[in-house]
Design a protein around this ligand. Structure first.
Ligand code: PMP
Length: 430
């Protein structure tokens, strides 16, 4: 059976009406917020029409919205919520920081220890500096690269997301609000084309900024050959390779770079690195990071070393997310994605990703870069609403990021929900 676009419209209309009827408190919260927040939220990512669910509480792998519905949280705060919503180890670390007071305007306890753990775990990170977010980590890494090299061009890739002001659409265009670097935009996974671009811009290339898997851009893993090319050519032309591991650093104790045998000049981190609190970091070659020492370049930031993120980050990395646990989580994700593809691929419901991070797509064709992705907004909306209806919380765009709280039961429940969707909307992908 092939579902027509009229069938899809009808299914969507039904799912939307059911969603609106079930969520009056979230609807009211959204209307209220619109008076003060343009767009109704302070974070574009969490908005979806007709209004997002407002979540009132979370515990373990569950969240509860204002209307009292409980969901299995498979979004995991867009990968930052690695430790779930109330892990006792994280709570204890924050309470310890609370007990000692905060806001010292001075180095505090924990930050150098957290830095040491990162330097020990990531082979390529010899020195590190903390920031407040992944966006800031990338901004600083880029500024570091242009200052270090004395050059101005930066190679990035269509579909890359490196932060709110460092975002590149599938068509390769920077957003209007992007910071004004001299961008050169390549095609992700295009080895020959990228090689050529690097040659063209060799004399002025300060940095190549790349995610080893397009994260927000649809969970498209890079070909190893592509990343190896970037590493080799960056070194040949005197540019710095900045590997944005804000999402992918969870793929092993030493990041995805360790799994792939890469050694970038700089790496950016964020998300779970502060234990689920605001955080980011950029680090790498000592001779480059020494700009901030012998080079005399300042890098300030009131909250770079805020005691809560430092304490929670340290506890998380040392007591919970050990390299062995990172490997286990990777395998759990690989297994889940393969089960989801078993359930959906014949129907054109395919999952791309790596380890514990994945995104659904509604197409039968292969995806190697952002332009290959069918945005399929209607199907994404339907899938999202149907998952919510079944008590499964994920992103409207179809992103799933497993937290450590997600176990076999939650995975089974999710596979079951996706299976039901596939059966119910058989023929949904033509
Ligand atoms: N880089 C990547 C790869 C990301 O996924 C994100 C966040 N989604 C960022 C950078 C920006 O991080 P933040 O939201 O903490 O600014």
């Amino acid at each position: 059976m092939t579902m027509t676009s009229a069938d899809l419209d009808q299914a969507l209309e039904h799912a939307r009406a059911r969603y609106v009827a079930a969520n009056p408190a979230s609807a009211a919260a959204y209307e209220d917020a619109r008076a003060v927040f343009p767009g109704g939220t302070t974070r574009s990512t969490v908005y979806y029409p007709p209004f997002p669910l407002t979540v009132g509480s979370g515990a373990g792998a569950r969240i509860t919205d204002l209307d009292g519905h409980e969901y299995v949280d498979l979004l995991g705060e867009y990968t930052a919520g690695l430790y779930g919503h109330d892990h006792p180890v994280i709570r204890r670390a924050i309470e310890g920081a609370l007990d000692a007071g905060w806001g010292y305007g001075a180095p505090g306890p924990g930050e150098a220890q957290l830095a040491r753990v990162l330097c020990e775990r990531f082979d390529s990170i010899e020195r590190v500096r903390f920031t407040n977010s992944g966006t800031e980590a990338n901004l600083l890494a880029l500024a570091t690269a242009t200052t270090f090299t004395g050059r101005t061009s930066v190679l990035v890739f269509a579909g890359g997301y490196h932060g709110s002001v460092l975002s590149f659409g599938a068509d390769g265009r920077p957003l209007a609000i992007d910071v004004p670097h001299r961008w050169v935009v390549g095609t992700y996974n295009d080895v020959a084309g990228t090689d050529e671009l690097i040659t063209q811009h060799a004399g002025d290339l300060a940095a190549i900024l790349v995610e080893p898997m397009l994260g927000a851009g649809g969970c498209v893993p890079a070909r190893l050959e592509f990343l190896q090319l970037l590493q080799r050519r960056a070194s040949e032309v005197g540019a710095l390779l900045i590997l944005d591991e804000v999402m992918t650093s969870r793929m092993s104790g030493g990041g995805l770079q360790d799994r792939l045998g890469l050694r970038p000049d700089l790496t950016t981190l964020g998300k779970y690195v502060g234990g689920g609190l605001s955080s980011g970091a950029f680090g790498g070659r000592a001779d480059v990071l020494d700009l901030y020492d012998g080079g005399g370049v300042p890098h300030a930031g009131t909250f770079n070393n805020n005691v809560f993120s430092m304490a929670a980050g340290l506890a998380g990395l040392t007591e919970l997310f050990t390299p062995a646990v990172a490997d286990e989580l990777f395998e759990r994700g690989e297994h889940l994605r393969s089960r989801l593809n078993d359930v959906g691929s014949a129907a054109g419901v395919q999952w791309t990703g790596l380890g514990s991070i994945m995104t659904v797509h509604f197409q039968r064709t292969a995806i190697t870069n952002a332009a290959d992705i069918d945005p399929a907004p209607g199907l994404r909306e339907l899938f999202h609403l149907e998952m919510l209806h079944r008590g499964v919380y994920l992103a409207r765009r179809g992103l799933v990021a497993l937290s450590l709280s997600i176990g076999a039961d939650e995975c089974d429940r999710f596979v079951e929900a996706v299976g039901e969707f596939v059966r119910r909307f058989d023929g949904v992908v033509s």
